[in-house]
Ligand binder design. Structure first.
Ligand code: ADP
Ligand code: ZN
Ligand code: ZN
Length: 803
């Protein structure tokens, strides 16, 4: 008996295990580990992942698998293991772990089609019968016409057939139509003669194929003969011509030419850093490296040459970069070195584009993946290195279920494949640096910038003094002067402001009433272009009121500084300056991000003004001044990492200036310039910052001295939410060791979102081996309430947002 062991798509703790199903005769060859199947489950039919195959079972009445969804596995055998581990360490359901690894297209219910890539007369009789002259058929017809899946599978393997997902995508095309004669040239000649005299247009098309019988892109044919699709269609219907489809990848990066680059001779520091990595690659040995190097010290070149080594060994590489650093410039560096061997997985791609890139990995058409967080699941089977650039970025932690950290997945996969993992940063997380100090990771350092460029000089401006001196603008006198100076010299400046510190809220000047979202405990944000107030947590919006809803005064105004407002003030201050503003509003449209940057790169503007998205990865030769408008806006968030984040951000931003021949300068404006994170960032003193911040963490019992777990409870009923959190805290106190600290229940910093109340409980611990078991028990205890009573309980074993 052939039995498949299946994880079904029914997320609940009772169903979070393998179920046995009989593999029917006709599915024997296609049902393999890693394919998705349709199985009967109770009265329903559900999707499931085949994780194992066996011949024994203790289930008496086995039900058969209904159908198979994939002709080739979508989960590799290694990723089967990764999924189990992910589920065990984040407490997510197995099925959710596997879903998280797949591109969106495979998760949603897209129509599938079977596409014929070969000529009709070259395929087997059975396939000819199935396609019946068509180039593409609905996937369901395979079953309806009783064609064996093994036939399809063989066709896919031979490259004759392809399963496609019909993704409706407006902006891109995924396949192109090709036209060729459906009959031999002699018959074609006869048809030509038979056509009525006045059918000159049809004759012209036939004449073309009499001279060039080869297939031609329909687009080109239309263009060459200035003919119409309707005419071609007529000839197809007559059986004279036929159409076939060829896939064109929707890869937006492939449409450009990348200049080929060659490896630089490495500097001494780079050589010292790369040698241990090469050794690990060569010895097939897992080791985690922390590459600590200031911006512009040549880290990326170290990555590129390490990958080179890996490719020469016939292996594959994953490179993670933060979402916002995945700029065309970044992509260019990898494509420039490795060309078409690189796939890019970026969230700005459409679902179809992402699927195309992912499939290149599955088909082994590429050996390098550059991508954001979820690219860590790229289905390579022969990994030789995993690189995480800017390892301190919090975007590597997924804040939605399953709450995994890409760094942990990288190390797990590195161990599995016996290959090195390289974490790179100018400002490593305290956790990673502490591990490197304890020699859990191997520390590699690059201390010097390329070409002996020095880090730009940083000047701190105390904005309180500006105010005392009568300057009420958001630009200090020093910054204004330096901006003018750059303008005169024809050099460029970058101005950075932190989005979170710059939201605009609406307040009544008479009574102080602030307009808040009716569903969330948060002030609404004023959007100038639409004159509307929007909630950034739910989609609620309303018109800007003319009078205060509280006291009916008409002195209701918006406060705070949005990027738009900064742009306006700046333009007023310097009317002759050309400004480019980059924020969520100006970059919403696809490609606009790239367009704005290209424009700035071509000196189409003097000042680039933007949010977080300009802090990383930009490299422009003419930028000699970087200004930070309010450095302390991050410092006051309820987050134990706020000092660390401030230090990282300031270092990152400063690195944008003076990367080339011209020396750079940085101006940091702040209301608390004496804070150690600002002070030490302005001196580029990572080591002192590390020591200072470690002592703070030790004192307040935070990571890396303690582990944290955050339990958040939410429900529409306030009392019930408090009550559940209270009970959970109680259980934790009873069941965990007395050394662990349990804080709570307390209201979450955002106490209400989308009409749901939120309470939390934090566990600080050093060693708590039963923690997962206790947490699982709590989840089971409340499972029914979660399924039937709209209760949400989330457990985060590595919280990055305490909100
Ligand atoms: P990082 O990734 O640390 O910010 P990069 O790798 O981007 O640094 O290097 C900074 C600049 O120096 C880049 O323009 C890069 O092309 C150049 N560079 C890197 N390594 C070398 C080298 N060995 N010789 C010459 N130029 C180099
Ligand atoms: Zn809201
Ligand atoms: Zn009022």
């Amino acid at each position: 008996m052939n039995i498949a062991r299946v994880i079904v798509d029914v997320p609940s703790s009772q169903t979070n295990r393998l179920f046995d199903y009989l593999i029917p005769e006709e599915l024997q060859s296609v049902v393999t580990v890693g394919v998705r199947v349709i199985v009967p489950f109770g009265p329903r039919k559900v999707m499931g992942f085949v994780l194992e195959k066996t011949t024994e079972t203790n289930v008496h009445k086995l039900k058969p698998i209904q159908d198979v969804m994939d002709i080739t596995p979508v989960i590799t055998s290694e990723l089967v293991e990764v999924g189990k581990w992910l589920s065990d360490t984040t407490l997510c359901f197995y099925v959710s772990a596997y879903q998280a690894m797949l591109p969106q297209v495979l998760k949603a219910k897209y129509d599938k089609e079977l596409c014929l890539l070969a000529e009709h007369d070259s395929i087997s009789y059975e396939l000819q019968h199935l396609f019946a002259g068509r180039g593409i058929i609905p996937y369901e017809e395979i079953k309806q016409r009783n064609v064996a899946y093994s036939v399809i599978q063989k066709g896919v393997r031979e490259g004759i057939l392809e399963v496609q997902y019909n993704v409706q995508s407006k902006e891109t095309k995924k396949r192109e139509t090709y036209i060729s004669p459906a009959i031999e040239s002699q018959r074609l000649d006869e048809m030509y003669v038979d056509l009525p005299k006045q059918a000159t247009k049809q004759k012209r098309i036939l004449a073309h194929f009499l001279h060039n019988p080869a297939e031609i892109r329909q687009k080109e044919l239309l263009h060459q003969l200035s003919t119409t699709r309707a005419l071609i269609k007529t000839l197809i219907d007559k059986g004279i011509l036929k159409e076939t489809y060829r896939e064109v990848y929707r890869d937006p990066y492939n449409q450009r030419e990348y200049k080929q680059t060659t490896p630089f001779p490495l500097t001494e520091e780079q050589t010292n850093a790369i040698e241990p990595i090469h050794y690990a690659i060569h010895m097939n040995q897992h080791e985690t490296f922390l590459l600590h190097g200031v911006t512009g010290s040549g880290k990326t070149e170290v990555y590129l040459q390490s990958i080179q080594h890996v490719l020469e060994k016939g292996k594959e590489a994953i490179v993670l970069v933060p979402e916002i650093a995945l700029t065309p410039q970044m992509v260019e560096r990898f494509k420039g070195r490795f060309g078409s061997r690189v796939a890019v997985l970026h969230s700005a791609l459409s679902a179809g584009e992402k699927y195309d890139e992912w499939r290149k990995v599955l088909r082994k058409e590429v050996q390098v993946v550059v991508g954001a967080r979820s690219a860590i699941f790229a289905p390579f089977e022969n990994l030789g290195i995993i690189i995480i650039d800017e390892e301190h970025e919090s975007s590597y932690k997924q804040e939605d279920y399953p709450r995994y950290h890409a760094r942990d997945v990288a190390i797990y996969r590195g161990k599995y494949h016996q290959c090195p993992v390289v974490l790179g940063s100018a400002t490593p997380t305290l956790e990673s640096f502490a591990r490197a100090k304890k020699e859990v990771y191997t520390l590699l350092s690059l201390t010097k910038r390329m070409n002996d460029a020095s880090m730009p000089e940083v000047e701190r401006i105390d904005m309180r003094e500006e105010l005392h001196a009568g300057n009420r603008s958001m630009f200090s006198r020093v910054l204004h002067e330096k901006l003018l100076d750059r303008l005169q010299k024809g050099e460029q400046s970058v101005l950075f402001l932190n989005r979170r510190g710059y939201s605009t809220f609406v307040m009544c000047r008479d009574c102080g009433h602030v307009i808040e979202c009716p569903h969330c405990d948060i002030a609404l944000t004023y959007h100038r272009n639409t004159e509307r107030l929007k909630c950034h947590y739910c989609s609620y919006e309303e018109a800007m009121p003319h009078e205060c809803p509280e006291c009916e005064s008409d002195s209701i105004r918006y406060f705070g500084t949005g990027t738009q407002k900064v742009e306006e003030s700046l333009q007023q201050l310097m009317p002759e300056a050309r400004i480019i503003r980059m924020d969520v509003d100006t970059t919403r449209r696809k490609g606009s991000h790239e367009r704005l940057l290209t424009k700035f790169g071509n000196h189409g503007a003097d000042i680039l003004l933007g949010t977080q998205m300009i802090a990383k990865g930009l490299d422009f030769a003419k930028v000699t001044l970087v200004g930070v408008l309010a450095a302390d806006s991050l410092l006051h968030l309820p987050d134990f990492r706020s000092a660390e984040k401030t230090f990282q951000l300031l270092t990152q931003v400063s690195g944008r200036a003076g990367r080339h021949k011209l020396p750079g300068e940085v101006v940091i404006q702040s209301y608390t310039p004496e804070h150690y994170s600002i002070d030490l960032a302005s001196q580029y003193d990572y080591d002192s910052f590390f020591h200072k911040e470690m002592s703070v963490r030790k004192m307040f019992q935070y990571p890396p001295y303690y582990f944290l777990t955050l339990v958040t409870v939410s429900h529409p009923n306030h009392l019930y939410t408090m009550d559940v959190t209270q009970k959970i805290s109680q259980l934790l106190r009873e069941q965990l060791s007395s050394q662990s600290v349990i804080l709570g229940p307390t209201p979450s910093p955002l106490t209400r979102i989308k009409d749901r109340y939120r309470y939390q409980c934090v566990i600080k611990y050093k060693n708590e081996p039963t923690l997962y078991k206790v947490m699982k028990r709590i989840l089971q205890l409340y499972e029914e309430a979660m399924q039937k009573n709209d209760l949400h309980i989330t457990i985060d074993f590595q919280p990055h947002q305490m909100m």
